[in-house]
Design a protein around this ligand. Structure first.
Ligand SMILES: [Zn+2]
Length: 235
C-alpha cells in the first residue's frame, strides 16, 4: 500500500495565543507539526510549560524541541528579559516626560531573527517545507521583527543559506495571522478547536494573568470582540 508523502511544518511555538493558533492552522492545512520553543530567560517562563502542554494536546511531544537561548537574558535590553525594567501597565496614563518610543520596551533585540534562523535549521533537518511564525503586523506594529518586509527578506536568506534552497525547493515562512485582528485570530482558532485554555499571553509570567499588561489587554479585547470568553484565569 502506498502512503501519501506527508508534508511537514516547523511551528515556532511560544505557548501563547498566537503561536498556538498557528498550530491549529498548520494542522488544518494538513501539515505534520514540528513545534520548536525557545527558552530565552523570558520572565513569562510559564510559557514553556504551556508550550509543552500544547504540543502534547496535538500529540507531537516527541517532535517538540525546547531550545535554550539563555544568552538573550544575559544581553538584556528588554523588559521581557531584564527584571530591572518594568512591564508597562497600559491602564495607567503615561507619566509626564515619559519616553515615547515607537518600539515598545517589551521588544527583545533580534529575537525573531534568531528564532527564524534556528527554526530554519530544524526545518531543513526534518524536511519541513514551511516554518510558521505567529507574527502580527497590526497589534505589534511597533516591533520591527514582526513586519512583513522583514519576514520576506529572511525567506530570501533561508533560500540562500540552505541545501534545499540550492537544490531549488526553498522553504517558505508562513505568517497566517499577519493581517488579522486579535478577534479574527480568536474566531479562527475557536473554529479549529485551538486549546486556548492551555495558553498564556501575560508578560508578567505569574500563574494567573495580570490583565493589565499590553499583551493581556490585547488578548482580553480580542476575546470580547470575538464574542467569546477567555478560558484562562485572571487575578
Ligand atoms: Zn499581563
Amino acid at each position: 500500500m502506498e502512503t501519501k508523502p506527508s508534508k511537514k511544518a516547523v511551528i515556532i511555538l511560544s505557548g501563547g495565543l498566537d503561536s498556538t493558533t498557528c498550530m491549529g492552522i498548520a494542522q488544518a492545512e494538513g501539515y505534520e507539526l514540528y513545534p520548536i520553543t525557545f527558552d530565552y530567560g523570558q520572565r513569562h517562563k510559564v510559557e514553556l510549560e504551556n508550550a509543552r502542554q500544547v504540543a502534547e494536546h496535538y500529540g507531537v511531544s516527541a517532535r517538540h524541541k525546547v531550545i535554550s537561548l539563555g544568552f538573550l537574558k544575559e544581553f538584556g535590553g528588554s523588559a521581557l528579559t531584564d527584571e530591572s525594567l518594568e512591564i508597562p501597565d497600559m491602564t495607567k496614563p503615561k507619566e509626564q516626560g515619559e519616553e515615547e518610543s515607537e518600539v515598545p520596551i517589551t521588544y527583545v533585540p533580534g529575537r525573531n531573527l534568531l528564532f527564524l534562523s534556528i527554526a530554519t535549521s530544524y526545518a531543513e533537518v526534518t524536511g519541513a517545507e514551511a516554518v510558521y511564525i505567529g507574527v502580527n503586523a497590526l497589534d505589534y506594529s511597533g516591533y520591527p521583527d514582526c513586519r512583513p518586509e522583514f519576514i520576506r527578506k529572511v525567506e530570501e536568506v533561508m533560500a540562500l543559506a540552505t541545501r534545499v534552497g540550492v537544490e531549488g525547493v526553498p522553504m517558505r515562512i508562513e505568517t497566517p495571522l499577519s493581517e488579522w485582528t486579535k478577534a479574527e485570530i480568536i474566531r479562527e482558532g475557536m473554529r479549529l478547536n485551538v486549546p486556548y485554555h492551555l495558553t498564556t499571553s501575560c508578560y508578567n509570567g505569574e500563574k494567573e494573568a495580570c490583565g493589565v499588561c499590553d499583551s493581556c489587554r490585547l488578548r482580553l479585547k480580542g476575546f470580547a470582540e470575538a464574542g467569546e470568553k477567555d478560558p484562562i484565569p485572571y487575578r
